[in-house]
Design a protein around this ligand. Sequence first.
Ligand SMILES: Cc1cc2nc3c(=O)[nH]c(=O)nc-3n(C[C@H](O)[C@H](O)[C@H](O)COP(=O)(O)O)c2cc1C
Length: 216
Amino acid sequence: MEPTSEPDTGSPPAGERRPRILVVCATRHGSTVEVAAAIAEELRGAGADADVRPAPLGADPAAYDAVIVGGPMIMGWHKDALRYLARNREKLAAVPTAYFITAAALTGTGDDQVDGVPIVTDTWLAKAPRDPKKLRYKERHARPAHYLEKPLKAAPQVRPLSVAFFAGSLDLTTMSIFEKLFVMLVVGATPGDGRHWDAIREWARGLPALLTPRTP
Ligand SMILES: Cc1cc2nc3c(=O)[nH]c(=O)nc-3n(C[C@H](O)[C@H](O)[C@H](O)COP(=O)(O)O)c2cc1C
C-alpha cells in the first residue's frame, strides 16, 4: 500500500516551531486594517503565528521570523508605513519582508518586478494605459514603480520578497470634502469597496513558504 501523506492541518511537523510573522499596518479610514487582519488569518491557517500591529509604532522586527508592512496610498504611501520602515530599517534588513499597498488606481504596466523587487498586482485594480507607449500624467503617477519609490527609499537596505498591490475601499461617508475632491478629481477613483478578498488571501497563503522556508 502506498504511504499516505499527513493531512495538512496548518501546523508544523512535531518538534518544529511555528514561524512568528508580524503584520504592521497603516490606515487612514480603517479598510486596510481589515486587509491586514485577513492576511494574518491566512498566515495562521498556513501554520504561522501572526500578530497585527498599527504603524508607525508596530513592533520590534527582531522578535519575529518575518515582517509584512502594509498601508494605503494616501497621496503617496501612507506616512505611518513609511515611518515604520525608516525607523526599523536596520532590523528589517535582517529578516524576510513583504509589503502590501492598497490603492484606488494602478496603471497595469505588465511588470512583475520593480528594481528587482517581485510585485503582484490585483487584476481588479490594474488598468491598462490607453497608449502604453505614451503614458498620461495620471497613468505615470499610478505606475507600480512610482508607488514603490518612497517605500524603497525609506529603507533602501530592505529588499521585500514580494510587494502586492490590492484594490482598496473608498467610503465617501467617512471622507472630508477635500478628500472627496482629491480622490475623485486627482486620483480618478471610483467610490465603493473594491477589495478583492480572494486575491488578498491567495497572496497571504503563499507568504509563509516565501518568507520562512523550512530547512530540509
Ligand atoms: C485622502 C486620500 C488620498 C488618496 N490618495 C490615493 C492615491 O494617491 N492613489 C491611489 O491609488 N489611491 C488613493 N486613495 C485611495 C486609498 O488608497 C484607498 O481608498 C484605500 O483603500 C484607503 O485605505 P484605508 O481605508 O485603510 O485608509 C486615497 C484615499 C484618500 C482618502
